[in-house]
Design a protein around this ligand. Structure first.
Ligand code: ADP
Length: 232
């Protein structure tokens, strides 16, 4: 059994290393190309070119930061700092932080709370979950879209739903969206800045709370994420 586990770990590690190398390659290759063009005198080192290099460095940093966060959350020794707080207040403050992004696309974000709003969870981690889901909901919505957050308690679980009427996720991609680096449209990720790590982090946080997360989606009609967190 111990040998079997070791083998799986080795396979996992190999896959992880290969995925990371693959993801870092694109920004690094772009950066190298831009710098070589400047060194060779093909490009002038003007503000615009420097800005293009800067964008790639930002992307590299984002990938590394998110990977570090994911590795922390997947550590056996990871400890949650649970406390009782008001879910409505947390949610409203996260919604407020997206005011500019939602206004840019004229998206309205609504919150419906149908239960007592006290929740026992890790405040900062749950905040991260809401940030990830709301930023995706906005990112993958059309102009004038609607994002709805529902919160209620059912059968001993806190339930958090984040619904949007955006571009949706194709049926064949749905089983994989919580895997690190998975993006339904890799070519679009340059525009949206997506790394494909956000939902893996979200799932790891939910599972650290012994909860579960699932997604339902219809292509071009929208997506719903449902989180169940056990009470207590
Ligand atoms: P990213 O940083 O690329 O958004 P995520 O891990 O957060 O990475 O999401 C993985 C992929 O799942 C995204 O690239 C996108 O294709 C899809 N996705 C996530 N949330 C939504 C949503 N609300 N609507 C449509 N597609 C989504």
């Amino acid at each position: 059994m111990a040998i079997f586990k070791k083998k799986i770990d080795k396979m996992h590690l190999q896959q992880l290393t290969s995925d990371i190398a693959h993801e870092l390659r694109t920004p690094l290759t772009n950066l190298q190309g831009y710098l070589e063009a400047i060194i060779d005198g093909v490009w002038e080192a003007d503000n615009e070119r420097i800005q293009e290099c800067y964008v790639e460095v930002i992307r590299l940093n984002k990938i590394v930061d998110e990977l570090q966060e994911l590795s922390l959350l997947e550590d056996f020794d990871f400890i949650l700092h649970k406390e009782k707080f008001d879910f409505r207040e947390l949610c409203l403050s996260v919604i407020r932080s997206f005011e500019l992004a939602s206004q840019e696309k004229n998206i309205s974000i609504k919150l419906f709370v149908k239960s007592d709003t006290a929740i026992l969870a890790d405040y900062n981690r749950l905040k991260q979950v809401l940030i990830n889901l709301l930023s995706n909901a906005i990112k993958y919505s059309y102009e004038n879209g609607i994002v709805i957050v529902n919160y209620y308690v059912k059968k001993g679980n806190y339930i958090i739903e984040v619904n949007d009427n955006g571009i949706g996720i194709p049926k064949e991609d749905l089983p994989f969206i919580f895997e690190r680096f998975y993006r339904t449209d890799k070519s679009r990720s340059k525009k949206t800045g997506g790394t494909g790590i956000g939902l893996a982090i979200t799932k790891a946080i939910v599972e650290n709370h012994n909860g579960s997360i699932s997604a339902r989606s219809s292509d071009k009609l929208g997506t719903s994420f449902v989180i169940k967190l056990p009470r207590g």
